[in-house]
Write a protein that binds this ligand. Structure first.
Ligand code: SF4
Ligand SMILES: [Mg+2]
Length: 447
């Protein structure tokens, strides 16, 4: 029986994230190895893959970011009879690079599965040590300029007994896991993955493109060392995946592909914002994928361009494509020293996920305005309530722009700006590649 206790759908990863497939394969490999839960210890640290331990029925240990190899070494030294598996991300490998080098050097018999998706997924898609040159991330929007860390080569150079690299969706993935689990000594598998929330869409990365990427980076897939073999290289590689080993490129990056420059935004006339009070607080509660945070960001940018102070504070699950998405905005004529809401003047509730997360509405002030999707069942509230049908708005501006339409409606309904003032300010302040879609959404809300 598999030690994995959840289905892909039940796991909290973003739908389509390859972490779920990796966990299923590990469960199957442990089953093939006839290991019982009492014989296995899974060690993880921080990052999306770090939540994997709760889906395994075996010994688990969860620790600080990048330190899982240290815990695993301690566990293995105390309980050598256990199969000790480390699940770590590329970010964790960067943070704990020295641990990787020295654990491999000491030949500790742990199995390290690196879930390498080229970015820090959990914290918003920042670049990691393995981000390929020109890889676009939240912190390298024009493309990464550094040479990526080759984790497999590092393990090889440090004396690992078994080293291989493969894709999480390869048909031979299970064979690599079997080989790593049964290898004597330190084993490392560099598993290339797809972060569907951040790295994949930014870089148009697909499963077949992973192989092209490995070729272009001269980081071949295949078994790079298996100490059980008498051959110095490639022995034990699944037949169609053994790759070549060549020197890594040392040239500086060339030919940066620039994104189209966004239209420069400008400052709208300050008179358009005269209706804003000294302080206003706005909450928007919806679901992942509804661009809740983007909508609040757009309104915030317009207001900041008009000379107001804004603070946006978001709340969403660590795996960003599932569950609730809440974004709060404080608008003030004075600098904002604390970003938490006291009590919202305007609350927009777009979905059941958002409503559940927000909780009771009983404590809202009487003069607050709640704008809610008409199909939701709202708990009692003393606030004013306006119901809006979302379907016609979505037909007009597409589902992902509905939140911005509702927000525009709320700003006008609260009397903070007239429809004409908001339209005029948005036209001047909004730039970027979503300018047209954002202006259409604001228009739809104002109608
Ligand atoms: S943020 Fe990326 S790595 Fe994390 S669960 Fe979502 S898709 Fe997977
Ligand atoms: Mg990562």
């Amino acid at each position: 029986m598999s030690m994995v206790t959840a289905t892909r759908q039940e796991m909290s990863f973003c739908p389509g994230c390859s972490h779920a497939a990796v966990l299923e394969h590990i469960g199957a490999a442990l089953e093939r190895a006839h290991l019982t839960p009492g014989q296995v210890c899974l060690v993880s640290d921080i990052g999306c893959i770090g939540i994997a331990d709760k889906y395994f029925a075996c010994h688990t240990f969860h620790g600080l970011h990048g330190r899982s190899l240290t815990y695993a070494e301690g566990i293995k030294r105390c309980r050598p009879e256990l199969t000790v598996i480390v699940l770590i991300g590329d970010g964790g490998c960067g943070i704990g690079t020295a641990h990787l080098v020295h654990t491999a050097r000491r030949g500790v018999g742990i199995k390290v599965f690196v879930c390498n998706n080229f970015n820090f997924g959990m914290t918003g898609g920042q670049h990691s040590p393995t981000t390929p040159m020109m890889g676009r991330t939240a912190t390298t929007p024009g493309g990464a300029v550094d040479q990526p860390l080759d984790i497999a080569q590092l393990a090889l150079a440090s004396g690992a007994a078994f080293v291989a690299r493969c894709g999480a969706l390869d048909k031979n993935f299970g064979q690599y896991l079997d080989a790593a689990l049964t290898a004597p000594g330190f084993a490392l598998l560099d598993i290339w993955e797809l972060c569907v929330a951040y790295y994949m869409p930014q870089n148009k990365l697909t499963p077949p493109a992973l192989i092209e990427l490995s070729q272009s980076l001269k980081m071949p897939f295949g078994v790079l060392r298996d100490a059980r073999s008498t051959e110095p290289s490639d022995a034990g590689a699944p037949p169609d995946t053994a790759g070549v080993r060549e020197a890594r490129p040392t040239s500086a990056p060339t030919g940066a592909t620039a994104r189209p420059a966004p239209r420069a935004s400008a400052a709208p006339d300050a008179a358009l914002f005269a209706g804003w009070p000294a302080r206003a607080e706005i909450g928007v509660a919806g679901s992942a994928g509804e661009r809740i945070r983007s909508a609040v960001g757009v309104i915030g940018e317009i207001l900041v361009a008009g000379g107001l102070h804004c603070a946006q504070l978001d709340d969403y699950p660590i795996t960003v494509r599932k569950g609730h998405s809440i974004s709060n905005l404080i608008v003030s004529r004075d600098p904002i020293r604390y970003t938490g809401l006291r009590e919202p003047d305007l609350l927009i509730i777009q979905s059941d996920d958002g409503l559940r997360r927000w909780g009771a509405l009983q404590s809202l002030p009487q003069d607050a305005l709640v704008i809610a999707a008409d199909e939701l069942t709202l708990p009692p509230t003393p606030a004013r309530v306006e119901r809006l049908p979302l379907r016609p708005i979505a037909t007009q501006v597409q589902r992902e722009n509905v939140a911005l339409a509702l927000l525009a409606r709320g700003v006008v309904a609260c009397g903070w700006m007239t429809a004409e003032a908001l339209r005029a300010a948005a036209d001047v302040a909004i730039g970027g590649k979503f300018r047209d879609a954002n202006l259409r959404a604001i228009d739809a809300g104002l109608q």
